[in-house]
Design a binder for this molecule. Structure first.
Ligand code: SAH
Ligand code: SF4
Ligand code: F3S
Length: 475
């Protein structure tokens, strides 16, 4: 069964979803009374920070409806918020679905919902229909704000799987309940979708065209977050540097940052991801003069070879990227740079890989995520000739990884003995006598302390360099 949906203006849609949420509340209460126990739910996130933020929205609705949130997939309702950027993300979902099926056989109340990027691919939906018919609900990235309505469907008697998928949306519907993972920091969506169509990437097909939120809405959301105890925001978008381009409002990303900086009580601003082709001098200037924008820039390079960059449709060259890095470092000397690298793009030779390795050394990245190229059906790169053999990719990947690690170690070691401001995030997972937090440049620091420090900015002396993190002491 499939629903078709008319899009309402966003204010009307919000009212409609609030009404659905009231109905869901009533349905959950009735079900709990009938069972004589709580109803539990669990949301598992695959993928990037956008998906994590979406999961917080799903949890917000579930909590408000009366579900008890638990960490275990034993829950009565399990939601998988999926990712499809590389095939291994998809395989993980299929593998774990098998396990959920056997759990469902033991708990007749158990329901399974799938959403997120993977669900926007018709080939995936075919597989789910055929092999995973025990799934109760499937929805996509464009209609996630309708979750309250979909939840009502799950809570009323029905037969079979409900699949509700939209190809596109022009809508941005926010302002529904959100259950944040951390009380003191939060992601904030400033734009959705992507128009870049890098030739290897599936994101533009599953997240749709670029849409920016108005600066007023973004500022209102951040002010409300700050009033609720948030001191650090991470502005989210696939390409934050092109923020505002489709708005009637005359605004750029740099000017949005200036407005956010003016919010009293907000201490730190982060953002991701920046596309090198759109990073303006105006942004560099704003970062340089800011006391709140963190000294960290994630600037995905993907490859150090201009020939490969062209085939990837990245629209910059090795030289123009290096020139941008020079401008950044000249203006902001303490800026930490991190990146993403793809190894094994079709046609990539040993020489191209050497170019990437030299690039890593020349830029001196503080960290880099290195990925093996994954063929995504429907993208231009999937049908390119000269796909690289598995054996060569593995060899090249190890070579790049080694240099990435060497470079990162060298970069990280520079801070030994310095005092840095750290935002404490958690009690250390392995040692309860320590707390863990991040410096402005995103480096991880562990130091003696207790949970009362969580959410606070404290000065810490970086005593011992452990390779990719520090052990410190509060000063
Ligand atoms: N919008 C961001 C990145 C989103 S995806 C940007 O443009 O930088 C995150 C990273 O996944 C990308 O930077 C890229 O390195 C990697 N990636 C995307 N598609 C991939 C593919 N088909 N195979 C391997 N890695 C991929
Ligand atoms: Fe994918 Fe490129 Fe868009 Fe990033 S900018 S999401 S890599 S298409
Ligand atoms: Fe994955 Fe979708 Fe993010 S494909 S990386 S979860 S935008």
């Amino acid at each position: 069964m499939s629903l078709t949906s008319n899009q309402l203006p966003s204010e009307e849609e919000i009212l409609k979803q609030r009404a659905a949420l009231d109905k869901a509340k009533q349905l959950v209460a009735e079900k709990k009374a009938k069972l004589g126990r709580d109803l539990t739910c669990c949301v598992t996130t695959f993928g990037c920070q956008m998906n994590s933020r979406d999961s917080e929205k799903l949890l917000g609705i579930l909590k408000e409806a009366g579900y008890r949130i638990i960490d275990s997939e034993d829950a009565d309702l399990v939601v998988y918020n999926t990712c499809t950027v590389r095939d291994n993300a998809n395989q993980r979902v299929y593998g774990r679905l098998g396990h959920l099926h056997s759990m469902k056989k033991k708990n007749p109340q158990k329901q399974i919902a799938l959403c997120g990027c993977m669900m926007q691919e018709p080939s995936v939906i075919e597989i789910i229909r055929q092999k995973y018919s025990f799934v109760d609900l499937v929805f996509g990235t464009h209609n996630i704000y309708k979750f309250a309505e979909l939840l009502c469907h799950l809570l009323t008697p029905h037969k079979g799987m409900l699949i509700d998928l939209w190809d596109e949306t022009t809508q941005i519907v926010e302002e529904l309940p959100v259950e944040r993972k951390y009380s003191f920091k939060s992601g904030v969506n400033i734009m959705f979708g992507c128009n870049n169509f890098c030739s290897y990437c599936i994101v533009p097909y599953v997240r749709g065209r670029e849409r920016s939120r108005s600066s007023e809405e973004i500022l209102d959301e951040i002010k409300a977050l700050v009033a609720d105890g948030v001191v650090e925001v991470m502005l989210l978008g696939q390409n934050v540097n092109s923020y505002g381009k489709n708005l009637k409002e005359d605004i750029t990303f740099a000017r949005l940052l200036q407005k956010i900086e003016a919010i009293e009580g907000l201490k730190r601003i982060r953002f991701m991801t920046s596309h090198p082709k759109d990073l303006s001098d105006e942004l560099i200037e704003v970062m340089k003069n800011s006391s709140k924008i963190c000294r960290h820039l994630h600037l995905p390079v993907q490859s150090g070879s201009t020939r490969i960059l062209e085939k990837m449709n990245r629209r910059y060259t090795r030289e123009s990227y290096l020139e941008l890095v020079k401008r950044l470092k000249n203006s902001i000397p303490d800026l930490s740079l991190t990146t993403d690298i793809i190894v094994g793009f079709p046609g990539e030779t040993y020489e191209d890989v050497q170019d990437t390795i030299n690039m890593v050394r020349e830029v001196g990245y503080d960290n880099a995520f290195t990925f093996i190229y994954s063929k995504r059906t429907g993208t231009p790169a999937a049908t390119m000739e000269n796909q690289v053999s598995e054996e060569d990719v593995k060899k090249h990947f190890d070579m790049v990884l080694q240099v990435v690690q060497e470079t990162a170690r060298k970069q990280v070691s520079k801070f030994t003995g310095q005092v840095a401001e750290v935002l404490v995030e958690d009690v250390n997972e392995h040692d309860p006598a320590l707390v863990s937090g991040r410096m402005s440049n995103n480096l991880l620091v562990h130091f003696p302390g207790d949970k009362a420090l969580i959410g606070q900015l404290v000065n810490v002396k970086l005593v011992e360099n452990k390779g990719f993190y520090y052990i410190g002491e509060q000063v």
